[in-house]
Design a protein around this ligand. Structure first.
Ligand SMILES: NC(=O)c1ccc[n+]([C@@H]2O[C@H](COP(=O)([O-])OP(=O)(O)OC[C@H]3O[C@@H](n4cnc5c(N)ncnc54)[C@H](O)[C@@H]3O)[C@@H](O)[C@H]2O)c1
Length: 335
């Protein structure tokens, strides 16, 4: 296949591209605007590969997208490009609306027009995979309830509201025009090359520098964590095996409170980086509770049984093995 990947220079997109180049024979076109969140170093192992191609393009630029579809002739699109950081969405809201909603709209239109021009056999095999988040379902609160693929959308932040909006567009383009779409909702990812504004890399970097480890509120908020390479594999499984119009939750069923995550990082650093900044006795001394984020969801929890039952996908890493790999990676990739 020729696979057009948007946002392939980001954290998850680069893991998807490394997986596709390393484990398949497909041609890849990475379409990325290269915002602050992009990191081309994450692609250095594939950049010179004959099956890897790159275009610095903003997905809101429809003319540029049309031209890329015309020349690359994709058999599939994996759409990851997005503004993805909740804290930023509370302040710089507009860019989330442009990229996540209008960008998805322009990509759907470019995909639809290209797809409609294809011969029937190519139309039948074409796929548009939209990568979304469990945050569209909103807050589970203190209940033990898990969100399913048919749970209603109750997004809490500008980020999750913009992702929920883009999901609705994808659904509508499938129902109205027959575009062969697929959708996934994944829990929190972690792993190598994550931008150090997100919880796990931020805590590793701050701890190594002897800076405070800021935890929102009491740190009891619960997130479900998935190692990024497991997500990449799940996306490829959905792309190649799912029926059209399907929607899958993806998670590793590894829920931890934010405080537990930070304590686990500190524990690993005690073993792997025992020489600490001189003003602390142990890394946990750096834990600092700060004012909670507005609208902060208490708990996200999804049931990922459907992808396991129907497509046979299972994560390779649990939280302990994945976190160990992640901390080791940050320690050996400080630059
Ligand atoms: N990180 C998570 O835990 C998580 C969990 C579930 C779902 N998701 C979803 O997965 C996708 C990827 O997340 P991530 O963590 O890799 O994000 P990221 O912020 O690390 O990367 C986003 C990438 O998109 C690119 N981009 C942003 N705006 C663009 C535009 N207008 N045109 C073209 N490219 C643009 C950026 O340059 C960057 O390379 C997002 O859609 C996100 O909503 C993320």
């Amino acid at each position: 296949m020729n696979i057009l990947v948007t946002g392939g220079a980001g954290f998850i997109g680069s893991a998807v591209i490394r997986f596709l180049i390393g484990h398949t024979e497909h041609q890849i076109l990475n379409v990325d605007k290269l915002t602050y969140a992009a990191n081309l170093t994450a692609l250095q192992t594939v950049t010179h590969h004959a099956r890897y191609h790159f275009s610095r393009t903003d997905i809101t630029n429809r003319a540029a997208l049309d031209s890329l579809f015309e020349t690359f002739k994709p058999d599939a699109v994996i759409h990851l490009a997005a503004e993805s950081h909740v804290d930023r969405s509370l302040i710089h809201t507009e860019v989330f609306m442009y990229t996540n909603i209008l960008g998805t709209y322009q990509l759907l239109e470019a995909s639809k027009n290209y797809w409609q021009s294809l011969p029937r056999i190519k139309q039948e095999s074409f796929r548009f995979l939209h990568v979304s988040t469990d945050e569209v379902y909103g807050d589970c609160g203190t209940s033990e309830h898990l969100f399913h693929e048919s749970s209603p959308y109750v997004p809490s932040s500008p980020y999750s509201a913009s992702k929920a909006s883009s999901d609705h567009l994808v659904h509508a383009w499938q129902r109205s025009y027959g575009l062969p779409t697929l959708m996934t909702h994944c829990s929190n990812n972690y792993g190598p090359y994550q931008f150090p504004e997100k919880l796990i890399p931020l805590m590793i970097q701050n701890a190594l520098a002897g800076k405070p480890l800021p935890i929102y509120g009491n740190g009891q908020q619960i997130r479900d964590w998935l190692f990024v390479d497991d997500h990449a594999q799940a996306l490829y499984t959905v792309l190649t095996q799912s029926a059209i119009g399907e929607n899958y939750n993806i998670s590793g069923d590894q829920s931890r409170s934010n405080l537990e995550v930070v304590q686990a990082i500190c524990g690993l650093l005690e073993q792997l980086a025992p020489t600490k900044p001189t003003h602390i006795r142990q890394y946990t001394d750096l834990i600092t509770h700060v004012t909670d984020r507005p609208g902060h969801d208490f708990r996200y929890a999804i049931d990922a049984g459907k992808i396991q039952r129907q497509l046979g996908w299972r994560p390779q890493e649990d939280f302990e093995s994945g976190l160990l790999k992640t901390v080791q990676w940050y320690l050996t990739h400080q630059t």
